[in-house]
Design a protein around this ligand. Structure first.
Ligand SMILES: C[S@@+](CC[C@H](N)C(=O)[O-])C[C@H]1O[C@@H](n2cnc3c(N)ncnc32)[C@H](O)[C@@H]1O
Length: 343
């Protein structure tokens, strides 16, 4: 692959972009949120502060890699609710886009606004193909229920000479101290696409972390990365399963965190002798595998953190998508985690 230049759509506070930088890659993010842009600027990440839909793909003609984590509604495929209808809308639009039968303006006007947003990366990819400069690699990330959308995007890309893999990845299997699940698409133009190899064991409630595949590392715990927080501690989630407060999720310090969401500041952290407090913003960022000194700015910082792809997961995905060597990946993981996580 030639010198890598990434354009990152819906770039948020920079989860993917800080990973790219640590891997030594050039990246520019497009993001419209003032708060996320304030964080990005403070962090020195190259940023275009704009609505992705208003940006012309040709303005980034020199980018040879496309990445993106569009905001999505959840496409619950089970049952016949609004989620299923939204998914059908998206799949129909993807098909029409692929046939060149639908314009950018048409997509923007269709259904839910997020229907159009989730297809923006496909629009960019098709415009690059039309301009005879197809992206050499494409990486997309979102919540697990978006997998059927990525499968539809994959079908279109395959018709244009791409090899594509899509899967739901478990973040803890890549050394992230969190049991987050994410739907990933990796596409390579005229080159075989592959998923990142797992480096750590999956977490199962009640199963010892030393059990399982001996060729993989043990999953990383909250206290492995929150080195200054006194142990033991238990995190009690803000949510109760099925809305029942009695069924609030609990995680001990020697487990990975539950999914870090935009409400992580509402979780109660019960420490030694029953002391109670909340995670600080840097701690929440560290659970998401941002560097401990990441310069969070603007308002709604928990939301910025919860929106991001964990940078260490992003580093694994980018390394697999771009054929980077293991040493480059290991150095990036070490830098991101201040040496608390190794692969
Ligand atoms: C799921 S987050 C992506 C996070 C990012 N991948 C990261 O790792 O930090 C989606 C982002 O898209 C942004 N966004 C939503 N609509 C947008 C639009 N039309 N143009 C630009 N950014 C948009 C949101 O503000 C949010 O930061």
């Amino acid at each position: 692959m030639q010198a890598i230049k990434i354009v990152d759509l819906f770039a948020g506070p920079g989860g993917l972009d800080i990973a790219a930088e640590k891997l030594g890659l050039a990246v520019t993010g497009i993001e419209w949120d003032d708060d996320a842009c304030a964080t990005r600027r403070k962090q020195g990440l190259a940023t275009v502060h704009a609505d992705v839909r208003e940006v012309d793909q040709s303005e980034f003609a020199d980018a040879n890699v496309l990445t993106g984590g569009p905001p999505c509604q959840t496409y619950t495929v089970a049952g016949s609710g609004a989620g299923r209808r939204a998914l059908d809308d998206v799949l129909r639009c993807a098909d029409l886009m692929a046939k060149g039968k639908i314009s950018r303006a048409d997509v923007a006007e269709l259904g839910d606004e997020r229907t159009a947003l989730v297809l923006e990366p496909l629009r960019w990819a098709l415009e690059a193909i039309k301009a005879e400069r197809p992206y050499e690699a494409i990486v997309l990330e979102q919540v697990r229920t978006v997998l059927p959308v990525w499968n539809a995007v994959a079908e279109v890309l395959e018709q244009h000479g791409y090899s594509v893999v899509c899967a739901v990845l478990k973040a803890e299997e890549y050394g992230v101290p969190q049991t987050r699940r994410r739907a990933i698409l990796i596409a390579r133009h005229r080159h075989e696409a592959k998923l990142p190899e797992t480096t750590h064991r999956p977490h199962y409630k009640g199963v010892d972390r030393s059990a399982g595949d001996p060729t993989k590392r043990e999953w990383v715990t909250m206290s492995d990365v929150l080195v200054k927080r006194p142990k033991p501690f238990t995190v009690i989630s803000n949510y109760g399963t099925g809305g029942d407060p009695k069924l609030r999720g609990r995680r001990r310090h020697d487990e990975p965190s539950a999914t870090v969401t935009g409400k992580i500041d509402r979780n109660r952290v019960i420490g030694p002798n029953g002391t109670e407090n909340r995670f600080t913003y840097p701690e929440a960022g560290v659970l998401q595998t941002f560097p401990a000194d990441y310069e969070w700015r603007g308002k709604k910082i928990p939301q910025q953190i919860g929106n991001a792809i964990p940078p260490i997961l992003a580093a694994h995905v980018l390394a697999a998508a771009l054929d980077l060597d293991r040493e480059t990946l290991a150095t990036a993981v070490k830098d991101l985690s201040g040496g608390t996580i190794t692969i």
